[in-house]
Write a protein that binds this ligand. Structure first.
Ligand code: CP
Length: 324
């Protein structure tokens, strides 16, 4: 495959290959010298039209650990603010020889447009488009769950069959939820969405998951509980219950976390609204994988870049061993 636009495009075997490759990459990250020469001479452009901390930095770290040259482009401070179009921006990047463009855009569908426009020859990776998808977030989430619920070594070659994953909060505006529902069900997990009725998308009945409005009833049956940020910037006030009401019914605090099975983990893609969807007590607890997810994001994005750009190069394990 040349691009990564949607988690829905991945087969079970594609997804397991990415997770297994990410484990190989994580072994490199554990070594004193964290670099592989695999993408030497290649150029990765991070094209960000929307703010980001984790995704942008981890794609930069991932590309650098594979020895690629990295160009960071932020719409703020660029000629986009003078009205330059996506097409002219893309043609400019093409002229600079981009082998891969990692794009975050406020418009759903922008990465698909870029991949199918003919404006650029390189691989396109969706780093989050509007309320549509964020496939590398879902991959790093699945990687984190596989490690925690199946095991680091035991997980190789395995999927998430039979694992029960609960995703809680602002599903309506969440590209993370959409990508996770696709990927986790492809990997054999059972997904339940929990949200206020106003934050559940129309058409969710066609998604391969259950919907519940009762968080307390679902928690004891969950192996992982993923809390989502309430995206106030994307919503009309009429959509939203009061903050107090939201936290009371859908927030995760220590008492609620105690209802989860002992082995179950709490996840959050970040950024977190502490005190809203998750209390500081839960966010800072050993059961919360938020920081681990960020670290896993680098290995997972290394795997994606390697598989898209470096497929004809020596296998990762071989390369890693040669460097030892
Ligand atoms: N999880 C995530 O996409 O975070 P950023 O918006 O900081 O990239």
């Amino acid at each position: 495959k040349r691009h990564l636009i949607s988690a829905a495009d991945l087969t079970r075997d594609d997804a397991v290959l990415i997770l297994d490759t990410a484990e190989e990459m994580a072994r490199v990250a554990d070594r004193p010298i964290k670099k592989l020469p695999t993408l030497r001479g290649r150029t990765v452009v991070n094209l960000f039209f929307e703010d980001s901390t984790r995704t942008r930095i981890s794609f930069e770290a991932a590309a650098k650990r594979l020895s690629a040259d990295v160009i960071n482009f932020s719409a703020k401070g660029s000629s986009v603010s003078k009205g330059e179009s996506l097409k002219d921006t893309a043609l400019t990047l093409e002229a600079m020889g981009a082998d891969a463009v990692v794009i975050r855009h406020h418009a759903s569908g922008a990465p698909y447009r870029l991949a199918n426009s003919g404006w650029i020859d390189g691989a396109v990776v969706n780093a989050g488009d509007g309320t549509h998808e964020h496939p590398t977030q879902a991959l790093l989430d699945a990687f984190t769950m596989r490690r925690r619920l199946v095991g680091r070594d035991a997980g190789i070659g395995q999927d998430l069959s039979g694992r029960r994953i609960t995703i809680v909060g602002d599903i309506l505006h969440s590209r993370v939820a959409r990508s996770n529902v696709h990927l986790l069900t492809t990997l054999g997990a059972e997904v339940t969405l929990v949200a206020p009725p106003t934050l559940v998308p129309v058409g969710v009945g066609n998604w391969p998951c259950e919907v519940s409005y009762d968080l307390d009833a679902v928690l004891p049956k969950s192996d992982a509980v993923m809390m989502l940020r309430v995206q106030r910037e994307r919503m009309n006030a009429a959509f939203f219950p009061t903050e107090r009401e939201y936290s009371r019914r859908y927030g995760l605090d220590g008492d609620r976390m105690a209802k989860m099975p002992e082995h179950a983990v709490v996840m959050h893609p970040g950024p977190m609204n502490r005190g809203m969807e998750i209390t500081a007590e839960v966010a800072d607890s050993d059961r919360c994988t938020a920081v681990e997810q960020v670290a896993n994001g680098v290995s997972t994005r290394m795997a994606v870049l390697y598989l898209l750009l470096g497929g004809s190069e020596p296998a990762v394990t071989t390369t890693a061993r040669t460097e030892e």
